[in-house]
Ligand binder design. Sequence first.
Ligand code: PRT
Length: 292
Amino acid sequence: MKNKLDNNNITLAIQKNGRLTKYSIDLLEKAGLVVDTDGQKLYAKCRNFPLDIVFIRDEDIPNLVETGVVDMGIVGRNVIAEINALVDNKLQLNFGYCQLVIAVQKESSISAIRDLKNKNIATSYPRIVTQYFQKMNIPVKIIQLNGSVELSPALNIASAIADLTSTGSTLAISDLRVIETIFKSQAVLISQKVTNNDKRQNLIDNLIFRFKATQNAQKFKYIMMNAPQEKLKQIITIVPGLKSPTVTPLAAKGWVSVQTAIQEDVFWEKVEKLKQIGASGIIALPIEKLIT
Ligand code: PRT
């Protein structure tokens, strides 16, 4: 694999086959990077940026980044914390959200963390869980399992589990109930702590800049509307835009067209207000990139 990569290119490791794979590729595409894969999905080349992508199991990514075998990686925060990898967390990526929770059987008498004193806890995350219970000053016995952790209370292997959850359906199906959330995670972009190569560092910074512009764009919509000119002041207060809205007169007397950026999370609330004061013909468009 290595000799197929171009040494002048920076390398990004993403999960080979799992929950983060599609989101990671989507992120590259949204940032305008055209990726040619060899079909075997071991590595891919970017056609319009000096970037090679390698597809790897997610638990191997932090070490490869830490040791400089690859320049960057996309991986869950949970994996970095469990491995205790010394890497730079460059960007939260807003996907791969999950939580590491302590759960017990629904009918268990255990209701709080302190009830787990001297009990067995099954988990695939022994480091994070050990640290948590040490911090809480509660002695427990950690049973490390690499799969099917949710079955361990029913099999009498453990009184509780510490496992990742996103929708909660696996816990529900296994008749387990959450008593505590001990770690929150999402996918992050990581790079080596120190790079002595300025050229590579420039490329890394450039790539991060593109990802940020893509993320910013997703937080906003571009909005256009017709409005009575006399309401313009009120409209600017509701949707001030990045600096201020673009305002152009309409052929219809006393009317203007207002164009501006609006934050996605307050979109409906603001549109309601705009309608109430007389704005009409409101059109909202996605923004592809936003450089602030
Ligand atoms: O296969 P590979 O070695 O690459 O790793 P993997 O098997 O750990 O991969 P994968 O794809 O399962 O997880 C990759 C990353 O996705 C994790 O490291 C987390 O950062 C993130 N993630 C987000 C999750 C979940 N959500 C998640 N729900 N990882 C695992 N789960 C599992 C959980 O362990 C449990 O078995 O999903 C089950 C519970 O899901 P819900 O939806 O029923 O709550």
